[in-house]
Design a protein around this ligand. Structure first.
Ligand code: TYM
Length: 332
């Protein structure tokens, strides 16, 4: 069976980009693959998180992932910090990762530019090494992610190759799996920026728990352009319309020709309305199931405990192999 691992940060509310770029692929591949999905709390604290909020968000994220259709019978859902091997292996991988590789990461550059040098944590720089540990410990074949994570998966391959070269064949080289549409959902308030958990603008994103009214309001305000053509296009001025069409494509599964024909002669107002309704319908069953899990914390704990146990069963022997490879004396 193909083995899948992916991760998501509990650092804010889940938005449509997370869903279309990553989670939906996780759910769709569940039946035929062996799946590990990790809530990466260690990654979240690379930027300041309020402890009480982090705790609440971690549980909310778990409940939402189940509501999105992650089935604990078919997939292993776990919290990263419950499996010590991740943090442990990250140290060893960091020792074979040249600093230059990390400085080159666009996500690090973007995030560290925002903050003053003094307040950029070491963790923000070594973040992709931890991500590499997440993936390599499970011998994952595939890593389903949005476009923005592609570079981190390539780095993971580089780190794996370097380790294999230095210490002998240990790690499998994983590949990123990126969806055809929805891989890079842009902000509704600014279609030149990707939709992001850390943006605070009121009309930036649609969150998975948003009410139909709020979704309609955000879509009504979505930035488009002064033209009137409703077509898929890479032209910078069409970024807003293109974003709406890609969301529509991703949620309806219709072809681009069909979609363009459907909207021919209609206005941007119609486009926004229809996209809003498609989003509302897609989120409705998720929101209904979310209520069930959100009200049953004991069941959530049970699922996460089983997940952690299953994850440890894979990650711990692998972490031991890594220690043996580098020449550590294993405890008797
Ligand atoms: P995170 O938590 O930022 O995002 C989770 C997933 O959502 C995707 N995504 C998007 N897709 C489309 N459009 C967007 N606007 C958008 N924003 C986010 C991301 O690509 C991601 O797939 N470093 C990772 C977490 C991680 C991980 C891992 C992923 C830690 N370890 C191991 C894979 C494998 C991150 O910060 O994702």
């Amino acid at each position: 069976k193909v083995r899948v691992l992916s991760g998501i940060q509990p650092s804010g509310r889940l938005h449509l980009g997370n869903y279309l770029g990553a989670i939906r692929q996780w759910v769709q591949g569940q039946d035929e693959k062996e799946n590990y999905f990790c809530i990466v709390d260690l990654h979240a604290i690379t930027v300041w998180q309020d402890p009480d909020k982090l705790r609440a968000q971690t549980r909310e994220l778990a409940a939402l992932l189940l509501a999105c259709g992650i089935d604990p019978q078919k997939s292993t859902l776990f919290i990263q910090s419950h499996v010590r091997a991740h943090a442990e292996t990250q140290w060893i991988l960091g020792c074979v990762t040249p600093l230059g590789w990390l400085y080159r990461m666009t996500q690090f550059k973007a995030k560290s530019e925002k903050e003053k040098q003094e307040s950029v944590s070491t963790g923000l720089l070594t973040y992709p090494v931890l991500q590499a540990a997440d993936i390599l410990l499970y011998d994952a074949d595939e890593v389903p992610v949005g476009e923005d994570q592609k570079q981190h998966i390539e780095l993971t391959r580089d780190i794996a190759q370097r380790f294999n070269h230095l210490y002998g064949e240990t790690f499998k080289l994983p590949k990123a799996v990126i969806p055809k549409s929805g891989a890079r959902v842009m902000g509704f308030d600014d279609p030149t920026k990707k939709m992001s958990k850390s943006e605070v603008g009121e009309y930036h994103a649609v969150y998975l728990t948003d009410s139909p009214d709020r979704i309609r309001k955000v879509l009504r305000r979505a930035v488009t352009d002064s033209g009137r053509e409703i077509i898929f296009s890479d032209a910078p001025e069409k970024a807003g319309v293109n974003n709406l069409l890609q969301i529509y494509e991703s949620l309806t599964g219709k072809s681009r020709e069909e979609i363009e024909a459907h909207f021919a002669g209609k206005g941007y107002g119609d486009l926004k309305k229809e996209v809003a309704e498609v989003i509302i319908e897609a989120l409705r069953p998720i929101q209904e199931r979310y209520q069930v899990y959100a009200q049953d914390p004991a069941e959530l704990d049970r699922v996460l405990a089983i997940g952690a146990e299953r994850a440890r069963a894979v990650a711990e022997p692998k972490a031991e192999e890594v220690k043996r490879r580098v020449g550590f004396v294993l405890p008797k």
